[in-house]
Design a protein around this ligand. Structure first.
Ligand SMILES: NC(=O)C1=CN([C@@H]2O[C@H](COP(=O)(O)OP(=O)(O)OC[C@H]3O[C@@H](n4cnc5c(N)ncnc54)[C@H](OP(=O)(O)O)[C@@H]3O)[C@@H](O)[C@H]2O)C=CC1
Ligand SMILES: O=C/C=C/c1ccc(O)c(O)c1
Ligand SMILES: [Zn+2]
Ligand SMILES: [Zn+2]
Length: 367
């Protein structure tokens, strides 16, 4: 344990407005409460949600905003009532850092569906301060929202599992889609989608990638292990694949038609929407009625499922495919992510970027 009384001045990279451009920003973390874990950030993945939030795609962004919710770090201090974690442990933090603990989702350990959940950034904590995410030197997090990174998983490898990994794992489990032999589709081969291919393959599914172009075909088939690859604009190939899939995990982050994908589902097939799209999506009712198909959605996964997917990846030998960058590259990385130019997840080497020194240099230059 260190000094429990002092507030910590830390540096993160924050968006100041809807341009979404990040730059160094100093702020103060709360004192370490009895159940808090202080985490020195090692790595933080870049999720498309970070773009949605930094650029105010949903209309609820507040600035300055330090994004980042695929956080892996080292415990540097714990409050007196923290038993599960100790200094030196490597831990993860994801999208949620608080919940009410009393509602039915909380009692069922699916706290991500709590109406009073607290997001790891762009939200307000119980002490009234804004929450700030993982593109920062340090975070203070309630132990309930911290998971241990299991042995056998490199910290940079673990980062994408804390959002992308659990986001595909949770609906497959919840909707009973874990049986070997199922035929699954992964629509949109990005950060979430590539984990979808890996997790579904590890469950023994026949996996079809459905992509907007043929650019990722060779990699999807040869490196990720997909069994089939469909380009969504290829009408003949799409028609040939009609009625063939038990489920589709839809990760597209922009408005898109649903009917071409509903047509790929078998009787009782499920379309699981994961992309965050702030405009209405549409379909005609016979598209679902005539095959008793379901359109549903899913939001990240619980803390329990997060621990589970980490262990699942260790047990199955799964790794994420990442490009590790320094914090000074974060704006280029966000631009490349937005123009679909990453295979498949950027992970920022936060600890290796010396964010405190860079902020001091930026301050000195502006004075
Ligand atoms: N429900 C949840 O809990 C979660 C939701 N999300 C959301 O899921 C979505 C996907 O996230 P993530 O995987 O990080 O995003 P990525 O940008 O890494 O991947 C999205 C993929 O969608 C396809 N795509 C099709 N059209 C576009 C377009 N116009 N711009 C960009 N991509 C396009 C691309 O695949 P291809 O080249 O194959 O067409 C792209 O690789 C986002 O909306 C994100 O906010 C993320 C995590 C959790
Ligand atoms: O990346 C994780 C967050 C996903 C998310 C889902 C729904 C929503 O409204 C968001 O703002 C984020
Ligand atoms: Zn995410
Ligand atoms: Zn609750």
């Amino acid at each position: 344990m260190g000094s429990l009384a002092s507030e910590r001045k830390v540096v993160g990279w924050a968006a100041r407005d809807a341009t979404g451009h990040l730059s160094p920003y100093s702020y103060t973390l709360r004192n370490t409460g009895p159940e808090d874990v202080v985490v020195k950030v090692l790595y933080c993945g870049i999720c498309h949600t970070d773009i949605h939030q930094a650029k105010n795609h949903l209309g609820a962004s507040k600035y300055p905003m330090v994004p980042g919710h695929e956080v892996v770090g080292e415990v540097v201090e714990v409050g007196p009532e923290v038993a599960k974690y100790g200094v030196g442990d490597v831990v993860g933090v994801g999208v949620i850092v608080g919940c009410c603990r009393e509602c039915s989702p909380c009692k069922a350990n699916v706290e991500q569906y709590c109406n009073k959940k607290i997001w790891s950034y762009n939200d307000v904590y119980t002490d009234g301060r804004p929450t700030q995410g993982g593109f920062a030197s340090t975070m203070v997090v309630d132990q309930k929202f911290v998971v241990k990174i299991p042995a056998g998983l490199a910290p940079e490898q673990a980062a994408p599992l804390l959002c992308a990994g659990v986001t595909v794992y949770s609906p497959l489990k919840h909707f009973g889609l874990t049986t070997p032999g199922l035929r699954g589709g992964i629509l949109g081969l990005g950060g979430v989608g590539h984990m979808g291919v890996k997790v579904a393959k590890a469950m023994g599914h026949h996996v079809t990638v459905i992509s907007s172009s043929s650019k990722k075909r060779a990699e999807a088939m040869d490196h990720l292990g997909a069994d089939a690859y469909l380009v969504s604009s290829d009408a003949a190939a799409m028609a040939a694949a009609a009625d063939s899939l038990d489920y589709i995990i839809d990760t597209v982050p922009v408005h898109h038609p649903l009917e071409p994908y509903l047509a790929l589902l078998k009787l009782d097939g499920k379309l699981v929407l994961l992309g965050v799209i702030g405009e209405p999506l549409s379909f005609v009712s016979p598209m679902v009625m005539l095959g008793r198909k379901a359109i549903t959605g899913s939001f990240i996964g619980s803390i329990d499922e997060t621990a589970e997917v980490l262990q699942f990846c260790v047990d199955k030998g799964l790794t994420s495919q990442i490009e590790v960058v320094k914090m000074g590259y974060v704006n280029e990385a966000l631009e490349r992510l937005e123009r679909n130019d990453v295979r498949y997840r950027f992970v920022v080497d936060v600890a290796g970027s010396n964010v405190e020194a860079e902020a001091a240099a930026a301050d000195a230059a502006s004075n």
